[in-house]
Structures are given as C-alpha cells and as structure tokens.
Design a protein around this ligand. Sequence first.
Ligand SMILES: Cc1cc2nc3c(=O)[nH]c(=O)nc-3n(C[C@H](O)[C@H](O)[C@H](O)COP(=O)(O)O)c2cc1C
Length: 343
Amino acid sequence: MDLTTKYLGLTLRSPLVASASPLTGTVGGVRRLAAAGVGAVVLPSLFEEQLKAEDERDAWLADAHANGHAEARGGYLPDPVLGNRPHQYLDLIKRAVDQAPIPVIASLNGVSPGGWTDYAWAIEQAGASAIELNVYYLPGDPLVPAREAERRYTEILTTVKAVVNIPVAVKLSPFFSSLGEMAVVLDHAGADGLVLFNRFMQTDIDPETFTVSGGLRLSSPAEAALPRAWIGRLRGHVRCSLAATTGVESAADVVAYLLAGADVVMTTSALLRYGPEHARVLLDGLRAWLDRKGFESVAAPRGLLARSVEGEPAYGRTGYLSAIEQATYTYTPHGTAHRRAGP
Ligand SMILES: Cc1cc2nc3c(=O)[nH]c(=O)nc-3n(C[C@H](O)[C@H](O)[C@H](O)COP(=O)(O)O)c2cc1C
C-alpha cells in the first residue's frame, strides 16, 4: 500500500507526523517514532523567551569580560532561567537528522518578529527540513484591534521566510474573526503549510480553593471536529499544505482527517498515552481501511469529503437548525412529549 505523501514540498513515507512534544525532544524518541513508521517529526518548540534569555546572558558575559569583572571568569553568571537550550536545540536537530531516516521539522514559538526569528537561519544550517512557526499569541488586552493581532502572524512569517530557504509552516489557533481570510493571507504571504490547530493552555478556576490553575491536558477525539471542518473548508482555497493536529487517537481519526483533505495528520496525545509505538497501530489501521475500501494509495481518498464539509447545507445554518431540533427531541422531556404524541 502506497502511503507516500507530499507535505511542505517534502516527500514523506507516510502521512502520519509526530507533532511537537517531549517525545520528539530526544534523539532516542525521534528514532523510536521513525521505527514505528511516522513520516516526519516536529521537534518541541524553541521559545522566543529562551532565545532572549540566552541573548541577555551573552550580553552580560561580554560586558563582564570587557570590564574585567572577576566573576565573569569564575562562573558567577546570572540565573540562566531557561538554560542554554538554544545550543542544545541545534545539537538535537543535527543528531536527529543524522540518526533518523525521516525529515526533522524544527519548531519556533514566539509572538514578536524580533531578533529571535534570526535563529531560523541557524536551524536551517543545523539540517532541519522545515520550520513550524507556532505563534502562540494571546491578545489579553481587550483593546487590541483584530487587524493588529493578525498582522503579527504575517510579520513573523515573512521575517522568517526572508532568512531561510527551507519550507515554513504556521501552526494556527482557531480564534480569528475570519479564520478563512487569515489562512488565505498567510498562504499569499508565503506559508508553505498551515497546521490546524494550536491548543492553548487550559486555564481554569477552582471554586473551593479560589485558585486559578494552568495546565496542558491531553486531547480527546471529539476535539478533532473543529480542525477537521476547517481543513475541509480550506482545501482548494489555499495552495499550501494542510496539516491536521488535535484529537487523533485511532486510525479512524486519521482517515477522517484525510477524507476532509489533510495532507498530513499529526498526533501527540495518543503517543503520550500509549507510547511512540502507537504510531504503528495507527498506520496499520490506515492500511487496513484503505485495503477494505479498495484504495490503492493514501492519495486516492484524500479530500473526498472536503466539499461536503464546505458546501453541503447540512453542515451550514440549515444543518444547525435541524441539529438543534433533533437534539431537542432526543434530550428534553418536551421532545419526549412530542415523540409520544407523534407527529
Ligand atoms: C506535553 C505536550 C507538549 C507540547 N509541546 C508543544 C510544543 O513545544 N510546541 C508546539 O507547537 N506544540 C506543542 N504541543 C502541542 C502538540 O504538538 C499538538 O499540537 C497538540 O497536543 C494537539 O494534538 P493531539 O491532540 O494529538 O495531542 C504539546 C502538547 C503536549 C501534550
């Protein structure tokens, strides 16, 4: 069964990609995922804050040397906060590229088109096949205009594109006034791929302890409905690749994303729950489904249901009204009474 897939102009041996997570943060992890059949890996993000911390530390050291401060020789450094990660990150890319037979995609996570984007160049030199930009921007100020928030995305993308030759994908959140337009704007601005969707921290309130907690919970398959609908809507409207991320637990979830039109399907929560070898289960299930449905390659069913997601009235307002009606009948006594009384 031919699972060969094009993503960001790269040829992948399968459409399953391990998205950014601690699992891809070691060479051993990347090798295990490659052995289980994933087509590519996205390394955990290198954060703007980590790069800035290192720049500040370098500047402090240079100053200390210039002024002959004794402590500069004695290892009396300001707290590195996030350590030397940028250098370690480049080292991880180099070793992963050397030791894993699949494309290695690096991830940069930031919100301002500052000096940190120059790091993209170093990432390319280290051998990454592509860069995924995670613009984790939370416009907490209620007065930030939508256009200003949107401009950040294109500015960061074009700044990075200006310094690298490798493809660049943008991992997007669904929270835009007009997500479709944002996707098209990024496509025109040179994005080689869009990754739908970024998941934000699940901040919550505990009424017993009066505390607010942050945290990152693993996803569930129900969360795939939103990105899947958007992949269907965007397919054919953008030239760039489309990657699905969120809620892939079983082979059926992979297949549903492909039918909506995803070029690649990413997974993290399931790999964290069941281990990297779960990738093989997903791929075996995908092969079995293709076989059962009589497809000769993974390319054949891709996007088959994209038009339905986009164009069918059943998935628009008309469908919404009948879905509410249906749910009323199913879940309320009012509906039960109607059902008893008959039409
Ligand atoms: C523990 C953990 C760490 C993650 N780290 C990153 C990261 O560094 N950069 C990033 O873009 N996404 C990160 N993600 C998000 C995943 O790449 C993925 O997009 C998200 O979990 C949705 O996919 P899933 O439903 O398959 O988990 C992380 C997710 C988890 C659970």
